[in-house]
Design a protein around this ligand. Structure first.
Ligand SMILES: [Ca+2]
Length: 481
């Protein structure tokens, strides 16, 4: 497929605007006209889009990304069937913010989600902004049926639940995690839903989300309407609780593996098996040739449970590469070249305009993400000099404060803890982020100033939200406890 000229011009316009700190408002609507594919050959129609977001999978925890002690043949097949990214970043080293960026195309702190949304107000660090426009809201007028299966994690009650934020179909759970993959409870609360209905299904969460996705795909196959399926598995997030037979399989294969690592490997392999079943259902229904599948993780692997982030420093919660750089691949038969590869630096929020462009959905409001569709399709895309930002607010030893990273080109400014100084690294010379550069380096001030401006902008967006009147008292005890 040739990329229409106006798409490239549109991209360049966006690039210039963003490079100068300008607003992307309205320019995106011009860049991605709703009828992108309307003039293509007769019989062609809009692609289905399936985003598979896994939870806490590290950069090195797929065979195709270098793991030698696990087998992920299904995800590896996806990677081989499309384009693989080696410099793809989650928007945050933890769950909720990355999910907010995926669904809004914005930095998470610009839509009220600088940290993890949780049940209890004393540990909650986000409230999805009412004015944020979510991806299904744009795909719907473009003709799509929209579904989320699995983990939502962008609000626990109305109006921040999937059906009220644009999804036609929700089959999954609202919470930040499950305390048990079989009971599905969090803090003894049942957050499992079929749309607005509370449900109590039996089975391992990975198996349920796999079954529900296959069921959804088979139902949609009977319709000519394109669909968007956001499949958000909670594996391999803690608790590391794979089905027993999957642990036995790993231990029988690798006699020397530690118990801790065996459990995580088994949870990942079980997840891989489920993803394989979903991909098979796309093939069996004849939909796969017209489906764009994107696979990635919401943050890096958790080192304390034995995750492998490959050669990268640190892991989940950290602003070093191991916390934010994640596997990513995109498959679209006859559009994306199998076995292709990109070093292009991109973030989760870039998937929003990418999907809109592929779906022919117009964007008429300000976003922060840039479409990477030209890169996916093997077209030239200007190398970016944009500033990238990461932020996370958290309690515990972080003290309710935020910590940050910023990147431009090869330079990255990192503050891995609110009580540490900012440090500058050159990722090309120092991929391990172990040799901080002098503070007088000119990129230090450039990144520091750009991040400061971002923090000021985000300061206008509340993240505690307005809980129902009377339902919550002031969340912090004033005696300091
Ligand atoms: Ca996560």
């Amino acid at each position: 497929m040739s990329t229409p000229d106006y798409t490239r011009r549109g991209f360049l316009k966006i690039a210039c605007l963003a490079a100068t700190g300008g607003s992307l408002k309205r320019s995106l609507g011009m860049a991605y006209p709703k009828q992108l594919f309307a003039d293509e050959k007769a019989g062609a129609h809009k692609p289905n889009v399936v985003v598979i977001l896994v939870d806490d999978l590290g950069y090195g925890d797929l065979s195709s990304y270098g793991a030698s002690d696990l087998k992920t043949p299904n995800i590896d097949s996806l990677v081989a069937a499309g384009i693989r990214f080696d410099n793809f970043y989650a928007n945050c080293p933890v769950c909720s913010p990355t999910r907010a960026s995926l669904l809004t195309g914005r930095y998470p702190d610009l839509v009220g989600v600088p940290g993890v949304i949780r049940t209890h107000p004393t540990s909650n660090f986000g409230y999805l902004a009412p004015q944020a426009v979510l991806l299904p809201k744009l795909l719907k007028p473009a003709g799509y049926h929209t579904a989320i299966i699995g983990k939502w994690h962008l609000g626990l009650e109305s109006p921040n639940v999937p059906n009220e934020r644009g999804f036609d179909h929700f089959h999954g759970f609202l919470g930040d995690m499950m305390d048990d993959y079989y009971t599905h409870r969090r803090h003894s609360i049942n957050y499992m839903r079929l749309n607005s209905q509370k449900i109590d299904p039996k089975g391992h969460a990975t198996d349920l989300f796999t079954q529900w996705s296959i069921q959804y795909i088979r139902e949609r196959a009977r319709s000519s309407q394109p669909f968007f399926l956001y499949l958000a598995y909670n594996a391999p997030h803690t608790p590391i609780q794979p089905p027993k037979e999957w642990i036995e399989r790993v231990k029988n294969r690798d006699k020397g593996i530690s118990d801790r690592r065996a459990k995580l490997v088994a949870l990942i392999e079980h997840l891989d098996n489920g993803i394989g079943k979903v991909i098979t259902s796309l093939k069996e229904t004849g939909l796969s040739n017209n489906t764009l599948v994107i696979f990635t993780s919401d943050n890096g692997g958790q080192l304390s449970v034995g995750a492998n982030n490959g050669p990268l420093r640190a892991g989940k919660q950290d602003m070093y590469e191991g916390g934010i750089r994640v596997p990513m691949c995109a498959v679209w038969p006859d559009r994306i070249k199998p076995g292709s590869h990109s070093n292009h630096a991109a973030l989760t929020m870039d998937l929003f305009p990418t999907i809109c462009e592929a779906a022919g959905a117009g964007i008429d409001h300000e976003i922060d993400g840039w479409s990477i569709l030209p890169t996916l399709l093997g077209k030239s895309q200007p190398s970016e000099d944009r500033f990238l930002f990461w932020v996370r607010c958290e309690g515990g030893h972080y003290g309710g404060r935020a910590y940050y990273a910023a990147r431009c080109g090869d330079y990255k400014l990192v503050q891995n803890d609110p009580f540490e100084p900012m440090q500058l690294y050159n990722l090309a010379d120092d991929p391990q982020e172990s040799k901080p550069l002098a503070r007088k380096h000119p990129m230090y001030n450039k990144l520091f100033a750009a991040l400061r401006n971002h923090i000021i902008k985000a300061g206008a967006v509340p993240w505690q939200g307005s809980r129902k009147a009377g339902s919550q008292k002031y969340p912090v005890k004033l005696d300091g406890s």
